[in-house]
Write a protein that binds this ligand. Sequence first.
Ligand code: ADP
Ligand code: MG
Ligand code: ZN
Length: 520
Amino acid sequence: MTTTHQADAVVDYDEALSRFDPVMGLEVHVELHTNTKMFCGCPTEFGAEPNSQVCPVCLGLPGALPVVNEKAVESAIRIGLALNCEIASWCRFARKNYFYPDMPKNFQTSQYDEPIAFEGYLDVDVDDGSGGTEVFRVEIERAHMEEDTGKSLHIGGATGRIHGADHSLVDYNRAGIPLIEIVTKPLVGAGARAPEVAKAYVAALRELLRALDVSDVKMEQGSMRCDANVSLRAKTGEPTSAEQLAVPLGTRTETKNVNSLRSVERAIRYEISRHAAVLDSGRSILQETRHWHEDTGVTTSGRVKSDADDYRYFPEPDLVPVAPSRELVEALAATLPEPPAERRKRLQNDWGYSDLEMRDVYNAGAAELIEQTVAAGASPAAARKWWLGEPSRRANEEATDLVSYAAGIGFTPATVAELDSLVRSGRLNDSMAREVLSGVLAGEGGPTAVADAKGLELKQDDGALEAAVDVVIAANPDVAAKISDGKVAAAGALIGQVMKAMKGQADAGKARELILAKLQ
Ligand code: ADP
Ligand code: MG
Ligand code: ZN
């Protein structure tokens, strides 16, 4: 069954951008992968039997008292430091009161006006429109600690949503898992690139969190979730001009749980087009949450957004304040990994990739894989070629990322390095190596085993190759004459014929050498 949504009017994106300036705010929730929950000792493993990882604290039973997870606080501080934030020397948790069945306490223990980290930034690379990259600074307002809610399952309806369901079940295993919410300031000055900046920011943040080793950051499993706020204001000049920056912000909508990088970009693009249509018609934007629909590429209205007042925040009386010492903060600062932007520059330099090649590698999520493949002995060029070829195509086809795809079928950096070594040793040529790769991806075994089973091996018989070269030269006197005249590029046509004559069982490089040696 397909879901139907009342179609909203939208304005063509470029047209919307000719009259409006978009402003965004991104809220990213990250589940920490601590062994235990935020305020109790329950385990946090994903996918356990429902309600098997609960206790009186995370079920909110009367009289149960929470205790803060030290590891989670340390992770929060490390995240704050990596985002160039200031770290509070003293801060408290707060109760955010609202009623929902997946939240057994009827309040969420969160932080409100005293976040653990605040006033930071993350620099992200975006396309400068002419093949190079440009840095966009995303200002961070705060990163605060809180706990996750449980999960409702709606049974009996066709869509899995609450509407039309017979009954609902609640799994509290997720209730109390430590979350860090990272909130940006309103991001201005991106203009038409706003959706691209948002995607680049979430990608850079994910890379940073992965490097910090604080979370699984799996958007498809919900361990990283993004809410995208968008508003439009009248366009008065260039996005970064003083007159434009002086225009007051418009009313925002908040699109919830946008769970892939691609959706972040699409959802923001859509909201910009939809806001423009509402504003054009003379109506005003309602401050509300919206739901993103991956299948139809639209958002639909959620609930009218509560103001902070409605949550009746107050300081959590059952927890002591968090007051990290200078020494602790300094010790944690010393554990930070190489900043991803610097790491990227270093790797690009080591590998000799162009900006464009490096961007493709990052877009494909292949940097770590290539690093490990090079460490296993492959050349950087070969590592890039193999990972960005067939495996990336298949990962895309299966709508998953390269790392998960490769892990799922046991395709490792060592496998790629082995394939490369078969090419470098002269056993396989390029087209044979592709055939071997297909076999490996199909689960037929490792590269050497697949090459053995398929009988793939370059004939090392130089006599046969030389004979084929002679035949081809004799059959193409005009091409041969050009090569003799110094038009080396013409050799390509002869190499092709030699390879054909050898039924692909020859080394193209060697054929080229022989042709040039005979004609020059
Ligand atoms: P909420 O409680 O609604 O989630 P938050 O403060 O957590 O509020 O997040 C709001 C997000 O929206 C922040 O990233 C903020 O910078 C951004 N924001 C605030 N006002 C606007 C606006 N007018 N247009 C776009 N984004 C905005
Ligand atoms: Mg928020
Ligand atoms: Zn518990």
